[in-house]
Design a protein around this ligand. Structure first.
Ligand SMILES: [Zn+2]
Length: 113
């Protein structure tokens, strides 16, 4: 979004009216995409976006996928070192939950990390 705004400002200054229009348009597109997803009909409600790009966007989640879904069972050498914990290590041999618990304990006892 920031990139788009930068390109627009290089061509013509954005007036408050234009900005609100753009926000309304983005809102309408968002609602249209949501409606298309809910009804399951491709190509509905998003005349601005190209059909191919829209289909790809609708089918994929953005950002890093959840570890539990993407990784399956975590290999033994990458598991948390706490007994009975099967989560993946994040730091110092601990999963995120146990690492945070350890950090809180260290902070509470005044021990340096
Ligand atoms: Zn753990």
């Amino acid at each position: 979004m920031a990139r788009l705004r930068k390109e627009l400002t290089s061509q013509a200054p954005l007036t408050p009216a234009l900005t609100s229009w753009a926000e309304a348009l983005g809102d309408a597109i968002g609602r249209g995409m949501l409606r298309a997803l809910n009804t399951g009909m491709p190509g509905m409600g998003a005349p601005v976006a190209s059909p191919g790009n829209g289909a790809v966007m609708a089918g994929r989640r953005r950002g890093r996928p959840p570890k539990t879904v993407a990784g399956g069972p975590v290999p033994m050498d990458r598991r948390c070192t706490v007994n009975g914990c099967t989560r993946e290590q994040r730091s110092k041999g601990l999963c995120s939950a146990h690492y945070q618990a350890e950090r809180r304990r260290q902070i509470a006892t005044g021990k340096p990390a």
